[in-house]
Design a protein around this ligand. Structure first.
Ligand SMILES: Nc1nc2c(ncn2[C@@H]2O[C@H](COP(=O)(O)OP(=O)(O)OP(=O)(O)O)[C@@H](O)[C@H]2O)c(=O)[nH]1
Ligand SMILES: [Mg+2]
Length: 499
């Protein structure tokens, strides 16, 4: 097994539990070194390609992992604990590693379930492997723990008794490493497709994301594929604007290995005003989906119902169109719940909200960040909390049940929480722009019966913003008190958000 680690980009495994004495490592592969052995290694010069960890190192890893997962006021009844499972990609700069960590609860004997963290440590420079292959790695982790959790039903067996299990787990990872979904690079590159019929608003959407409003006037149809790249959150994201005229659509399908291969995400556009072309649009979508399925890439899709300008959304005809297209989309077989956004270039927040939701699909850390934001928001009684990047991308969000009660539309018709909160969101976004212009660390805005508190936070070189909708100014004290703990739990998750 040691030899396998040396040859692989996978450098080691650390499994820790939150026991009676707090976080502690239980198993570690390759085995850790004693202080004495470490001294000898230092003298005989360190070996390359090998992760050398001491007991202190793995304890440090355990503490870090479990503190991200477990907060003081651990939530939930027992039966819910079993359901809590998260993956996250986290940096370990001290060991020049990045790890995919799996968090879940195990039960030992008749005791209360205990939290565990299992880290797969990878060479830092090869971490794109984790992002690009996470969907292949997850099932083998689940499979591993299905057997493993049974084996440690009563006590932790000695290392020798479980090492063969870890060994075969490593072999499976190495197999993925030998046929990665995309080449393993030092820098994560992503490909996002923007597709839909001609005149469905793709180029306008992209220009709005880029805040190039002046170019929106007199926009010409896109000829073929227009590719731009943006640097965001440490990754390079290639945006493929696939001009939608018939001749081009045909080309994308026949030359799919160029246009559709290795797509990380697809935004699919439907002009909500143009009912005559709904059938044609669904046909094109089906064709794209068939090709993507053939590539076996599991590309997530975000649906954009475009041209939903606020003045026409109230019209019966448009409401009808929206209902109709939602029904059509829900009839297409899919493994994921549908994600649909109504956008308008006249309301930038609708565009940024839809775009963020897509980007967040590329983040393995999104769920755990949301979990932490939820705990934080509950502890501070926020109605609504948002974590925003400097460009206004929503990195995490929390909506309390109180805010859900503002709903006027029947719950069954609601596709996502954003539809409910759109009015609040529009207001928050306006205020966000004001706050950014102020260049202050903190600001409070009064709106109707509530207060919006903004704070600028610094995560290494990145400025980010956190925003709370609360009932009164006194909440500021609790928020400030708890903020440090929240940031401590979330910093590393944000650092490795998508790359
Ligand atoms: N009212 C309204 N018009 C929009 C909106 N978005 C786009 N449009 C208009 O729709 C027309 C087509 O927009 P484009 O962005 O060029 O459409 P496209 O999907 O890129 O078209 P192709 O490049 O031919 O595939 C333009 O006249 C835009 O001004 C919107 O949100 N509201
Ligand atoms: Mg275009």
């Amino acid at each position: 097994m040691e030899e396998l680690f040396k040859a692989s980009i996978v450098k080691g495994f650390v499994l820790s539990v939150y026991g009676e004495l707090g976080p502690a490592p239980i198993y570690c592969f390759p085995d850790y070194y004693t202080e004495k052995e470490l001294k000898e290694i230092n003298e005989t010069s360190k070996k390359e390609n090998e992760l050398i960890l001491s007991m202190r190192d793995i304890t440090q890893i355990s503490i870090k992992n479990l503190s991200l997962f477990i907060s003081d006021k651990i939530i939930s009844r027992e039966k819910d604990l079993k359901k809590i499972q998260y993956f996250a990609i986290l940096p370990y700069p001290d060991f020049k590693s990045t790890a995919l960590t799996y968090f879940h609860f195990i039960r030992l004997g008749s005791e209360r379930p205990v939290a565990t963290a299992f880290s797969i440590l990878i060479e830092e420079n090869s971490r794109s492997f984790l992002y690009n292959n996470i969907n292949r790695i997850k099932p083998i982790v689940y499979e591993f723990f299905k057997t493993f959790d049974e084996k440690i039903e009563k006590y932790y067996p000695p290392r020798e008794d479980v090492s063969s299990m870890f060994h075969s787990f490593l072999l499976k990872l190495v197999k993925i490493e030998q046929s990665p979904s995309t080449p393993i690079t030092t820098h994560r590159k992503m490909k996002i497709l923007f597709a839909g019929l001609d005149d469905s608003g793709k180029t306008s959407f992209l220009l709005s994301v880029d805040r190039k409003y002046s170019k929106l006037i007199g926009l010409k149809p896109t000829s073929g594929a227009s590719i731009k790249s943006i640097e965001a959150l440490g990754a390079t994201i290639f945006l493929w604007d696939l001009g939608g005229q018939y001749k081009f659509r045909k080309k994308y399908i026949t030359k799919a290995e160029i246009y559709l291969y290795e797509a990380d995400l697809l935004f699919y556009f439907i002009d909500i005003k143009n009912r005559n072309r709904f059938e044609e649009s669904i046909d094109y979508l089906q064709n794209l989906k068939n090709v993507l399925n053939k590539f076996n890439q599991n590309t997530p899709i975000v649906y954009i119902l475009s041209k939903g300008d606020s003045d026409i959304l109230k019209s019966g005809e448009i409401k009808d169109n929206i209902e109709y297209i939602k029904k059509k989309l829900s009839e297409i077989p899919s493994n994921e719940p549908l994600e649909i956004y109504i956008t308008s270039i006249f309301q930038i927040f609708t565009i940024l909200r839809a775009f963020s939701s897509g980007i967040s699909k590329l983040s393995p850390n999104r769920d755990l960040i949301n979990h932490n934001l939820k705990n934080f928001s509950l502890a501070t009684s926020s109605y609504l909390s948002l974590l925003l990047s400097i460009d206004g991308l929503v990195l995490a969000d929390f909506y309390s049940s109180e805010i859900m009660e503002f709903i006027t539309i029947p719950k069954s018709e609601v596709m996502n929480v954003f539809e409910i909160t759109a009015p609040q969101f529009a207001m928050l976004f306006k205020i966000f722009s004001k706050f950014k212009a102020l260049q202050k660390e903190e600001a409070i805005f009064k709106v109707a019966n509530s207060i919006i508190l903004f704070k600028r936070i610094q995560i290494e070189d990145n400025s980010m913003f956190i925003l709370f909708l609360v009932d009164n100014e006194k909440k500021k004290k609790i928020i400030n008190k708890q903020l440090a703990q929240f940031l401590f739990q979330t910093k590393d998750l944000l650092l490795r958000y998508i790359a």
